[in-house]
Design a protein around this ligand. Sequence first.
Ligand code: EPU
Length: 332
Amino acid sequence: MQNLASHHSFHFPAHCQQLVTLETVDAASEWLAHHREQQWLILGEGSNTAFIDDYDGTVVKIHITGKKVVQTEHDFLISVGAGENWHELVTYSLQHHMYGLENLALIPGSVGAAPIQNIGAYGVEVASFIDSVECLDVTTGQKQVKTTQQCQFGYRDSLFKRDWRNRLLICTVTFRLPKKWQAVTNYGELAELDNPGPQTIFNKVVSIRQSKLPDPAITGNAGSFFKNPIIPVALYHDIASRYPQCPVFAVDNERVKIPAAWLIDTLGFKGKQHGGIHCHARQPLVLTNDGNGNGKQLLELARLIRDSVLSEFGIMLENEVQLIGKQGALTL
Ligand code: EPU
């Protein structure tokens, strides 16, 4: 039995049968060939995963490292091992005058996890910089390369979360950063910046995140617990007739996005505590573990929030964080 507390950012003391770290594509291929029939799951840095209970299988940590840069006339192509740390990659790219990832600074987690949920922040989603993803097919051991189009990226979504879940193991991600850089500063506080360069945007994003979001190394959490819901315009009009101050972002002609933080805040959950789990006082979309919380309490508070939002607003919140129970993925 292996304690997983230091392998997921909620830090619940759940256990697994075995923990394996694989450092190369060949080692991953070899391991898969001998363990296909067993129960296992792939874990990066565990910053978007909560082990709710002990897991009855093997946790496979991917620690494939390395970076390779190739230039074309218009772009830098950076191929990065899945086990590299995301924020270190952002820092590295800026230090080497390759720009574009600065809005995604300080997002916890590994490079290999970035495409799975299409990490995004401050007006940028990683999908717009992904050129291709190299994977291993876990059933055949064959290498496969998926293009951006094949990945079907959406808001916090991709085929890696759906059809390819537990079928493809991500080994390397190749990013395409255009040499002609364009700032993205339309989101919130970034709009205050006057003609900023990439380093200024990076610094601003780091300081906003540090001021709002709890550091998972100190306070257990996995970032936004829920996704921002995308709802029909008609439902938004119904809500706005009762709550004219409800913030809204256009998605297309039929749908809008509402900040889940606002829904949760409006229902008074900010700062609320359930056992050792808290609804964060500065960003209520984040649930935290004060060190004494457990998976059961997390599920209870998350379900209470989800049910309260459904009853008041008619919106069903979906969890963004992956929940793992004895047999694997759990639904909230
Ligand atoms: N809001 C409130 N009360 C609060 C905080 C926010 O009502 O206490 C409302 C405000 O209307 C605010 C809006 O929520 O304008 C949006 O808040 P914020 O800018 O903090 O962003 P978010 O939509 O809550 C998303 C991502 C974050 C990302 C930020 C910044 C999701 C699920 N979350 O949060 O990503 O850092 O935007 O781009 O899309 C994560 O995925 O783990 C994550 C932290």
